[in-house]
Design a protein around this ligand. Structure first.
Ligand code: GLU
Length: 475
């Protein structure tokens, strides 16, 4: 890796499925590093053993791969800075805890949760921001030993240097300035010995050579703490960019209530990865180009300068727009697979490309493809649509007599069939096309009939026209 190669990362905590919010963070990070020779790294932040589950780690990996957000360094693929699961990096963390403790940059804290809670409440009541008051920072070595001998389980706190100004230029939000005096000494190792987020997250970014951290704006106030920690250890500080939140239509942070679903649920509904990527890429990032793009295109026009500071708004209609676009652009084989087993069981395999071509413009989800597979590939036709029945009755029996004769002569050639009926009956426009479509598909709208005809076996088309002839007769 050369010195100015971009290395970005996604660092999820595996405590649930990937949602639009964190998937968008992953997408932006992946796009940032996509141009060669950039590196997109995946790190699993599973130090909180109570909340982390191996099944979520696996699910996150699967969902990222499904979106096409492949990582060049991380679990399953390896790399020179592994392991990439924080739960396997204990020895590394222990070394840095020792360094910090030996140099007096961190100290053991024996305060109980009850004591800390009480201090917090007192500070809040006095109108002060809650901050650790430094109680254990002043313990003598003897006092520390005495407490350890009593069997107390201490946490380790980072000693925040007093009277320092922490400044950084946020990639999204511009220059940021914090006073160290406003930051209380914070926990870097929990009482159970596990590393706290502030610590392992920052150390790993530095050790793994991450150059750019894109993450949610809820982490903005964590950044000065992490910078102080890295500076104390003489480790390299990455550039940070804090991405705006995603809000629902009511202005509240996006949740299930707004119809937001996990990437997994979206996939199960039938959304295509390209639809989700194109949608997410424009949630809080401005693209001049409104065309559907593959990841390379999205990456070529991605820039942190186009990331907005204002919150982004979730809108299902936009997601549906990109779903339609993704279908228009998908390869025929991809759409065939996407349509699923029920469609495959109905449509003869040799008809697959013709079927996909015929219905592509009329489907948004696989269930729509299934509807057309049933219409075209099963008997008999259910005429549930009253308007379609009416159109058939109005066309009259003579129309269908000529249609049947035309069918025998021209088979799947819809143009010729139409010409035949037109010549024989004088019908034109809607009066010509509507009854024919209704009779053959049971619907008044749908795919181009020229594409539909070759998918309807002659027998089936004949039976349908015959049924309509009888129906129109009984009028
Ligand atoms: N594990 C953290 C989270 O999921 C990562 C935050 C970060 O990207 O730095 O919120």
């Amino acid at each position: 890796m050369t010195t100015n190669t971009i290395k970005s990362r996604f660092a999820p905590s595996p405590s649930g499925f990937l949602h639009l919010g964190n998937a968008r963070t992953a997408l932006f990070s992946a796009l940032l590093a996509r141009p060669e020779p950039g590196v997109f790294l995946l790190r699993i932040e599973d130090t909180d053993q109570g909340r982390s589950k191996a099944e979520y780690t696996q699910a996150v990996e699967e969902d990222l791969r499904w979106l096409g957000l492949n990582w060049q360094e991380g679990p399953s693929v390896g790399g020179e800075h592994g392991p990439y699961l924080q739960s396997e990096r204990d020895t590394i963390y222990r070394n840095y805890f020792d360094v910090l403790e030996q140099e007096g940059l961190a100290y053991l804290c024996f305060c109980s949760d009850r004591e800390l809670d009480l201090t917090r409440k007192t500070q809040l009541a006095a109108g002060q921001p809650p901050r650790y008051p430094g109680t254990c920072a002043r313990l003598s070595p003897d006092e520390v030993v005495a407490r350890l001998q009593r069997g107390l389980q201490p946490t380790l706190r980072f000693r925040v240097p007093p009277r320092q100004v922490v400044e950084f230029d946020d990639l999204v939000r511009g220059p940021q300035k914090f006073n160290s005096g406003d930051i209380g000494d914070f926990i870097i190792r929990r009482a159970d010995g596990s590393p706290a987020f502030f610590f392992s997250n920052a150390i790993d970014d530095a050790l793994m050579g991450v150059t750019h951290v894109l993450r949610g704006e809820d982490h903005l106030t964590n950044t000065p703490r992490q910078i102080l920690l890295l500076e104390a250890l003489g480790l390299r500080v990455p550039s940070y960019g804090h991405i705006s939140m995603i809000l629902g239509a009511d202005g509240a942070p996006l949740s299930k209530r707004h119809g937001s679903r996990s990437i997994r649920e979206l996939r199960e509904t039938g959304y295509l990865p390209g639809a989700i990527n194109n949608y997410m890429a424009r949630l809080g990032h401005h693209y001049e180009n409104n065309a559907y793009m593959e990841l390379d295109g999205l990456a070529a026009e991605f820039g942190v300068g186009h990331l907005g500071r204002a919150p982004a708004h979730y809108d299902t209609t936009h997601l549906l727009h990109w779903q339609r676009e993704a279908i228009v652009h998908a390869h025929s084989d991809v759409l065939w697979q996407w349509m699923g087993a029920e469609v495959h069981a109905l449509v003869p395999e040799e008809d697959a490309p013709a079927f996909v071509a015929a219905v592509r413009a009329n489907v948004i989800f696989p269930e729509h493809a299934l509807k057309w597979a049933r219409i075209l590939c099963t008997d008999p036709l259910e005429l549930n649509d009253n308007d379609a029945r009416q159109v058939i009755s109005e066309a009259g029996s003579a129309f269908f007599e000529h249609a049947l004769a035309g069918l025998e002569r021209h088979h799947a050639d819809f143009k010729e069939l139409v010409n035949h009926i037109k010549q024989e009956t004088g019908a034109k426009g809607k009066a010509l096309f509507h009854p024919l479509r209704a009779a053959l598909t049971g619907e008044l709208d749908g795919p181009e009939m020229t594409n539909v005809m070759p998918l309807l076996p002659l027998e089936r088309a004949r039976a349908r026209l015959q049924a309509c002839l009888e129906m129109a007769d009984c009028k």
